[in-house]
Write a protein that binds this ligand. Structure first.
Ligand code: ZN
Length: 458
């Protein structure tokens, strides 16, 4: 184990937690003394840096503390550096999942959110996030989740404080939805009164208040359900939910508080209204048309298509709203893939979002989204960039993440073989480093046992 690198991350995270002040002082001293000697050189058969159009052969990445110091060949390796050989592997930036709900811990999300406390969801969410990390995902944007409270914001706090190891988190605690919209997760009769885990807000005043509440409790994105959804009961993905006035107010209020907006939108008209209002990203975009593509390319709006989740759920009766899902896969999937290809051609920035939830599903499957983007017309290299560099830009973390370049945070993974030749290589993650801390390496018992990843403390 590279204790100094681990301590470096713990120290960086600990700065935000007053309780760790004493530990940080100790760690800071250790880091200052050991910095020059504690270089880690990662040696791999090839490197995908997230920016270049081709891979680099026989690459070396030199890491010092939490950051990448240099990228080159073996001549970079300083005397005394710790060398980690990754033969046959491809080094690449940690994958970024720009659309996720870590607290949805089973396929049965219409019911599960009613059965479990926020604390239970947080514990299952932590386990799911650590599995995510070990599968190579080093940053996740949460786009609202199945919890009345703010468990994701608590998960982010314990990860940022270095108490648990996990992917970097950003995002929204809840999705804002109109009454009867895709976030009004309540399929019961009108006599029953459940507290929906979406934030139900109708009209400008309720929307302003909901956004203020989200930001107060730690959301650094606002998620709007601009149209109906596929996996909810009683609403229609082809309908626009919020009015243009409500959308304008939502984006204005979020901007006033310095927070970007992610818009769930399937219907083309909903996409256009959201883009006009000024959202940063369109989630899904299933019925996108050429006018919406032109608008998004012109304004730089990101598209996060989340296609693979539909493929996953097409294979069985897993959902209360299974008929909607089946209808989409039968009638709309191929048209949607063609539209994603045209959007990419037109210059729309496309990011990888998985949308498969937290604990219940093997995270190796999450890389199915990369293969779908290739099916839609991106090259394998462009698909990998969608899940690394472009994702970082969407998250506004491109100054520190998303590429393997000197000065960036050392969020790196190694996959067996060459993903440019076979995308299934992305399922074979043998090495994971986050902020210079090794979370997984070949033969590491932590990775095999699934034990909670707790950083070392002095
Ligand atoms: Zn989603």
């Amino acid at each position: 184990m590279n204790h100094s690198a681990r301590h470096a991350q713990a120290a960086a995270f600990g700065r935000r937690a007053a309780g760790f002040a004493a530990a940080c002082a100790l760690l800071g001293l250790a880091l200052a003394r050991g910095a020059a000697a504690e270089s880690v050189a990662l040696v791999a058969e090839r490197l995908i840096d997230g920016r270049a159009a081709t891979a680099r052969e026989a690459a070396v990445v030199l890491v010092e503390g939490e950051r990448i110091r240099a990228v080159g060949d073996r001549t970079l390796i300083p005397p005394g550096a710790r060398v980690i050989e990754l033969p046959g592997a491809t080094l690449m930036p940690g994958m970024i999942n720009a659309h996720e709900h870590p607290l949805m811990y089973t396929d049965d999300y219409q019911n599960a959110h009613l059965k479990s406390s926020s604390a239970y969801k947080a514990l299952m969410g932590l386990a799911g996030l650590q599995r995510h990390l070990l599968a190579g995902w080093t940053a996740i944007r949460v786009v609202g989740d199945a919890d009345v409270a703010y468990a994701n914001q608590d998960l982010r706090r314990v990860i940022d404080a270095g108490i648990f190891l996990g992917p970097r988190l950003t995002g929204a605690g809840h999705y804002l939805s109109i009454t009867g919209g895709g976030g009004d997760v309540n399929y019961l009769s009108p006599e029953q009164h459940v507290i929906a885990d979406g934030l139900i807000a109708d009209g400008p005043e309720e929307i302003r208040k909901a956004i203020r509440r989200e930001v107060k409790y730690g959301s650094d994105w606002i998620k709007l359900l601009v149209t109906g959804a596929f996996q909810s009961v009683g609403d229609n993905p082809r309908n626009v939910a919020f009015s243009p006035e409500e959308l304008r107010v939502a984006v204005e209020e979020a901007a006033r508080l310095g927070v970007p907006v992610a818009a769930h939108a399937h219907a083309a008209e909903g996409i256009k209204q959201a883009v006009r209002a000024g959202v940063r990203s369109i989630e899904h975009g299933t019925y996108i048309d050429d006018e919406a593509i032109r608008m998004m390319a012109k304004r730089g709006t990101f598209l996060v298509p989340t296609v693979y989740v539909g493929d996953y759920y097409a294979e069985g009766d897993r959902l209360l709203a299974q008929d909607k899902q089946d209808d989409y896969v039968k009638n709309d999937r191929s048209r949607f893939l063609a539209a994603i290809g045209r959007a990419h051609e037109a210059g729309v920035k496309i990011a990888v979002g998985v949308d498969l939830g937290g604990y219940g599903i093997d995270p190796a499957l999450f890389t199915g989204e990369f293969a779908v983007l290739v099916e839609a017309g991106l090259t394998p290299m462009q698909a990998i960039q969608a899940g690394t560099r472009v994702g970082a830009e969407l998250l506004q973390w491109d100054d520190r993440l998303g590429t393997i370049e000197a000065g960036k945070l050392a969020d790196l993974i190694a996959v067996a073989g060459n993903p440019l030749e076979d995308m299934r290589a992305l399922q074979q993650v043998s090495f994971v480093m986050i902020g210079g801390v090794i979370a997984k390496r070949p033969g590491d018992p932590t990775a095999r046992s699934g034990l909670a990843l707790i950083p070392d403390r002095p």
